[in-house]
Design a protein around this ligand. Structure first.
Ligand code: ADP
Ligand code: MG
Length: 264
């Protein structure tokens, strides 16, 4: 059984990409087969896994808009995970897909095509762009669950309601079974009571589970992307790597017993 998890929040800089790379590497350490999908035209995930998007001729863009077989685009990375990479061309996909019938199903279609070709994974993690446009809706349509990285600061709740509205629409129109797995506190400064208070307020207001442990704010994360490896490889025993390993174990538990589709 494959679990597809969208990592989404339309706010930039909340550690979506860092979480996808780190959780992916942690799941691979646990013996899981993992595919990461870069759905952000900025291609930060692709870059952070050691692949220069400018060297790529083919990317997820060609799969989504031109019907290219995704198995021709998948690459394996040093972190032990496979990647469907992005390039800046993906910026055009939003516009290209906008007039297409069935555009919401493009990501799902690509994953199904991979599976039909015999390439299956235990986990597919979708790194969403910082918007609620066609690509994020496509990711939510393809996903079993959504994980919402959240920086616990005072105004961070403002986008959560909008994101949950989008999740609602996706449930109504394109993916009835989508479940919100919860928020993942990121860039967490445990020294302040403030961060915990904000986290509690958000999870109560929106009735959301919190996937723990929180990911501490640490300088180590700044160094990982330049090395082309996730923090699990660049600083194996750091607090951040440890936290992501624990989150990966938690996600394994959740996937074995997913929250009901009625809970959000
Ligand atoms: P998003 O994909 O949501 O835009 P990123 O994963 O690109 O966010 O992270 C934004 C920035 O924050 C990056 O420079 C990243 O290295 C940094 N970052 C992510 N997580 C942490 C952390 N736990 N501690 C410190 N810096 C972090
Ligand atoms: Mg990102």
């Amino acid at each position: 059984m494959s679990t597809t998890l969208a990592v989404a929040n339309q706010k930039g800089g909340v550690a979506k990409t860092t979480s996808v790379a780190s959780i992916g590497a942690a799941l691979a350490e646990l013996g899981q087969s993992v595919l990461l999908v870069d759905l952000d035209p900025q291609a930060c995930l692709t870059f952070s896994l050691g692949i220069d998007p400018e060297d790529l001729e083919l990317s997820i863009h060609h799969v989504l808009t031109k019907g290219l077989d995704p198995s021709e685009v998948v690459i394996s990375t040093d972190d032990g995970v496979d990647l469907l990479p992005a390039t800046i061309e993906l910026a055009r996909a939003e516009a290209d897909l906008l007039t297409r019938t069935g555009r919401e199903h493009a990501v799902r279609g690509a994953l199904e095509q991979l599976a039909e070709g015999g390439t299956t994974y235990d986990w597919v993690l979708l790194d969403c762009p910082p918007s609620l446009g066609v690509l994020t809706v496509g990711a939510l349509t393809a996903a079993d669950g959504v994980l919402i990285p959240l920086q616990c600061e005072t105004l961070s709740h403002r986008g959560v309601g909008q994101l949950l509205d989008t999740v609602h629409d996706v449930r109504r129109f394109t993916n009835r079974d989508l479940v919100v797995w919860g928020v993942l506190p990121t860039l967490y400064d445990g020294r302040t009571n403030h961060a915990r208070a904000v986290l509690e307020a958000i999870s109560e207001t929106y009735d959301l589970a919190v996937v723990e442990p929180p990911i501490p704010k640490t300088i180590k994360f700044a160094e990982a992307p330049a090395a082309g490896r996730s923090i699990l490889a660049t600083s194996r025993s750091s607090k951040g790597a440890k936290a992501y390993r624990e989150v990966a174990e938690r996600l394994l538990q959740i996937s074995a017993d997913p929250p009901g589709a009625t809970a959000r």
